[in-house]
Design a protein around this ligand. Sequence first.
Ligand SMILES: Cc1cc2nc3c(=O)[nH]c(=O)nc-3n(C[C@H](O)[C@H](O)[C@H](O)COP(=O)(O)OP(=O)(O)OC[C@H]3O[C@@H](n4cnc5c(N)ncnc54)[C@H](O)[C@@H]3O)c2cc1C
Ligand SMILES: *[C@@H]1O[C@H](CO)[C@@H](O)[C@H](O)[C@H]1NC(C)=O
Ligand SMILES: *[C@@H]1O[C@H](CO)[C@@H](O)[C@H](O)[C@H]1NC(C)=O
Ligand SMILES: *[C@@H]1O[C@H](CO)[C@@H](O)[C@H](O)[C@H]1NC(C)=O
Ligand SMILES: *[C@@H]1O[C@H](CO)[C@@H](O)[C@H](O)[C@H]1NC(C)=O
Length: 528
Amino acid sequence: MAVPNPIALLLTVCFLGFYVPAMSLASSSDKFLLCLSIHVPSQLVLTPTSPSFKPLLVSSIRNAKFVAPATARPPLCILTPTKASHVQAAVRCGRYHGVRLRVRSGGHDNEGLSYRSQRPEVFAVVDLAKLDAVRVDPRGATTWVDSGATIGELYYAVAKAAPGLGFPAGVCPTIGVGGHFSGGGVGLMMRKYGLSADNILDATIVDADGHLLQGKEAMGDDLFWAIRGGGGGSFGIVLSWKVQLVPVPPKVTYFSITRTMKQGAVNAVTKWQKVAPALPDDLSVRVVVQKRQANFQSLYLGNSSAVVRTLHRQFPELGVTRADCREMSWLQYVAYIYFGDAINSSPLEALLLNRTMPLGPFVKNKSDYVKKALTKAAWQKIFTWPSGAADGELILEPHGGRMSTIADTDTPYPHRSGVLYNIQYVQLWNDNGARGNNSTPNWINGLYDFMAPFVTKNPRAAYANYKDLDLGVNKVVGGVTTYESGKVWGERYFGGNFRRLAMIKRKVDGHDYFRNEQSVPPLLLIRK
Ligand SMILES: Cc1cc2nc3c(=O)[nH]c(=O)nc-3n(C[C@H](O)[C@H](O)[C@H](O)COP(=O)(O)OP(=O)(O)OC[C@H]3O[C@@H](n4cnc5c(N)ncnc54)[C@H](O)[C@@H]3O)c2cc1C
Ligand SMILES: *[C@@H]1O[C@H](CO)[C@@H](O)[C@H](O)[C@H]1NC(C)=O
Ligand SMILES: *[C@@H]1O[C@H](CO)[C@@H](O)[C@H](O)[C@H]1NC(C)=O
Ligand SMILES: *[C@@H]1O[C@H](CO)[C@@H](O)[C@H](O)[C@H]1NC(C)=O
Ligand SMILES: *[C@@H]1O[C@H](CO)[C@@H](O)[C@H](O)[C@H]1NC(C)=O
């Protein structure tokens, strides 16, 4: 697709009625709202004066620390489209009247960029929660899922309509499909089937000119490549995705084994680093390190006798027994891994289809990738790292298997062959007035600095879906985000793929309309 010709754009816009006559006193915000009112039913556009506005704004905020900033500098309006044409109107009205959009699917962005801006700018939120259809084709083993669906809704619909099939994606059921697929989608089936993004067959997107591109032919190979892991909020608004479903057995096996330091946790994690990425690909064992303990959790695509046999051979230090194992259906598993024993007292529907979640504590997350196992001495340090009053944990997610057979350039997610596992650092704290504000306690930063020698370098890699603004934020010069400022954080998420993403951005959104603190900048070729 060519860079939009401004005259053509103007004509299209005028013709379709996106041009709202300039009333001398009306601001661009007023004109934007008036333009929307022509194309979108008024009950789908809420402004801050509406009593429903704040509840809607907060509805999918997952990180308590962003509630105050988001409500203090709220969007001009929140649009909850029920049709593609409403999204197209938002883009066209926004382009024409100079109002930027933030698009929100599940609202789980680690930095809240789907509903807040750190910059003093006027923006509107396009909240896709009402576009949440899941259409399963059991015979074709495919599904069209709208971006506004949660992964819990996807899991549920797939398992009900197509027993024996599942989909590889993340652990928390309220994550939105839109943001999750856009950034990759790491989960416990990735060692067998790859990321969510590796299983996308097709998609529908509204581009920066407000065109609805239905299918990968319409969007072209480059754009279709970019949206499968190149990060949300940069290339357009993806409305719907066609995914490949994957086989899951009637029973899968879960275990959870906790080892204290006295029980050999340090040795076990040291060994795990080499074992876990090399296990059969239908077995994933992740680790949560917290409070000087290691908790090993599994997903095995098969029954408990097989997993006990395999681990006795390959990881005897863990000492797994049949008694540690629980067999269940894949659907029960995706609820159990998040809700635990609540699945015994609540129906799966209540757990997996409930989009309302309690607003948790304040959170700061960071990430790393490990290619060379850490020494036992390093783990000893990590286990005893002082956490102060705040609660800190590390989640280690094993790669290997299918993840290492996909080329680094097949999708924007470059952390493939050679990666043993990724680390997610999680710090939780309550703003009980002691700190008086939302500054991050320093456990996470201290540990992150300590880890530098042990993890990937030049650049130190990070996962785009564990968004972290500490890695760098964009600078805008002459109305466009600079490539140099984007490169700082971008090469950490995307490695060598960042340059290709920036070239695609230039082609599909050269004016940099879809912009946020960490959106992919257009690579302007005229510069050297
Ligand atoms: C509790 C929790 C658990 C998590 N667990 C995992 C996990 O197991 N595995 C994993 O990989 N990640 C995990 N994540 C990270 C998660 O994948 C990302 O935060 C993801 O981007 C969230 O998607 P969303 O739609 O909910 O977020 P949103 O906040 O709605 O969006 C995230 C970003 O994508 C953009 N975006 C949203 N929708 C669209 C769209 N339709 N088209 C274009 N851009 C869009 C937004 O503008 C924003 O920049 C977790 C996060 C949380 C909070
Ligand atoms: C940080 O990671 C943890 C564990 O995956 C998750 O529960 C939490 O919601 C994440 N926080 C944010 C702000 O994304
Ligand atoms: C467990 O799975 C193995 C194959 O992985 C199979 O041979 C065995 O019969 C199964 N056992 C039970 C009790 O289902
Ligand atoms: C959904 O979850 C919220 C928060 O945990 C809870 O208050 C609410 O009752 C749940 N709704 C249903 C229908 O179960
Ligand atoms: C709030 O955070 C700032 C740093 O951003 C710090 O200087 C200040 O002391 C904090 N306020 C309180 C009450 O802790």
